[in-house]
Design a protein around this ligand. Structure first.
Ligand code: CA
Length: 229
């Protein structure tokens, strides 16, 4: 899952970015509205955290502009405590939720998760399954054949993406775009390194290998018997 933070206060932006990255999200930071517009042209975001108080273009105007451009990702607005009208205007402008500054990081995280869940095609599905591999998206827990598997946040993010798109082949770029921010995802073999670790944790010791390499294209996850293996 990829998140864009639009906030001109570097301290807050850095704090949010670090916290969200620890949770396995890929996070980019824009410090002005026009920077934000550049970012959303360049990469697909699953969610935007948007501060209302920005230089040049304010958050409300930016939110309207994003919606006018047909962008449908959830937008979480950050507003000042005393600006009640801002919240209403923000929601009218197309924001999905708002959070009043100052806020606890866990509160932000809960809102982010709720918005991302709401935005998924099948909102009631909290469990993804491929063969005997099960991923619980609420508890962020993974098990195979009933055996718990511990994953790092990035490994988890890749696995969740593959499982949501099970059977589909995803290119390295598609995987990287969803899991890393801009600075990282152009590095060529990072996806391969993580897939190798995932395989070790998920497929080692099992006859049926779930993570498949599709040569020259990318990776997929599937529980169907693959005769070419
Ligand atoms: Ca601000």
């Amino acid at each position: 899952m990829r998140i864009l933070i639009v906030e001109d206060e570097h301290k807050i932006s850095t704090y949010l970015k670090r916290g969200l990255e620890e949770q396995g999200y890929a996070v980019d930071a824009a410090f002005t509205g026009s920077e934000a517009l550049d970012w959303v042209q360049a990469a697909p975001y699953d969610l935007i955290i948007l501060d209302i108080m920005l230089p040049e273009i304010d958050g409300i105007t930016l939110c309207r502009e994003l919606r006018a451009r047909g962008m449908r990702m959830p937008i979480l607005m950050l507003t000042a405590r005393d600006a009640i009208e801002d919240r209403v205007t923000g929601l009218d402008a197309g924001a999905d939720d708002y959070l009043i500054k100052p806020f606890a990081f866990n509160e932000l995280l809960a809102r982010v998760r709720a918005l991302l869940r709401r935005n998924q095609d099948a909102p009631k599905v909290n469990t993804l399954q491929v063969g005997d591999l099960i991923l619980d998206t609420l508890a962020r827990r993974v098990s195979r054949g009933g055996k718990r598997i511990d994953l790092t946040p990035k490994e988890y993010a890749i696995l969740e993406l593959l499982m949501r798109e099970q059977g589909r082949v995803l290119t390295r770029t598609q995987i990287a775009e969803h899991v890393w921010n801009y600075e990282v995802y152009n590095q060529s073999n990072i996806v391969d390194v993580y897939i190798r670790n995932l395989r070790r944790k998920i497929d080692d010791g099992y006859e049926l290998k779930l993570i498949r390499t599709v040569r020259g294209v990318g990776y997929q996850i599937s529980a169907e018997k693959d005769e070419t293996l």
